[in-house]
Design a protein around this ligand. Structure first.
Ligand code: SF4
Length: 170
């Protein structure tokens, strides 16, 4: 729950840009890393790319302390309910980045075992293409997310949980 819900509307309309500005520069990541994209995720955290410039350098390994879920790598049907649970345990407002083509679409794992895109399980804010994506692409995705946060009205933070649409395993 955000502080906006506790304030009158005329106050929130003035406060909203300041709150959004603070949120976009204080993202706490939860890395849900499953596969080879993890190497590229680690390189983004290194000094050369300096993700601290964007206020997103601190990974938290508890979903309750995170507001940005990075899904990095392939997600199979066995893993999908756990990803969903992690997302549900994060407090609103929260955002999701699909890191790499496997998380975004299933990639070249077009088979019965692989979820064909994590948006079948949880809502996704930004998709980063590539196999694996370059660190520059990751930073570009992060900046796109910041733009989105900057312009979001606070009603969007309280979205409904989408249904879990997992296919039956054969
Ligand atoms: S997108 Fe490529 S590098 Fe990333 S998890 Fe899939 S196969 Fe691995």
């Amino acid at each position: 729950m955000g502080i906006e819900q506790r304030l009158p509307a005329y106050v929130t309309s003035k406060l909203q840009p300041a709150i959004n500005w603070a949120r976009k520069f204080s993202l706490f990541q939860y890395p849900f890393v499953t596969a080879c994209c993890g190497m590229e995720y680690m390189s983004v955290s290194c000094g050369r790319y300096d993700i601290a410039r964007f206020g997103a350098e601190i990974p938290r390994f508890s979903p309750r302390q995170s507001d940005l879920l990075f899904v990095v790598g392939t997600v199979n049907h066995k893993l999908a309910p756990f990803l969903r649970r992690v997302w549900e345990q994060m407090a609103d407002p929260k955002w999701v980045i699909a890191f790499g083509v496997c998380a975004s679409t299933g990639g070249f794992y077009d088979n019965y075992a692989t979820v064909q895109g994590i948006d079948k399980i949880i809502p996704v804010d930004v998709y980063i293409p590539g196999c694996p994506p370059r660190p520059e692409q990751v930073l570009d995705g992060l900046m796109k997310l910041q733009k989105k946060i900057e312009g979001e009205p606070f009603e969007k933070y309280y979205r409904q949980n989408p249904p879990l649409e997992l296919e039956e395993k054969p």
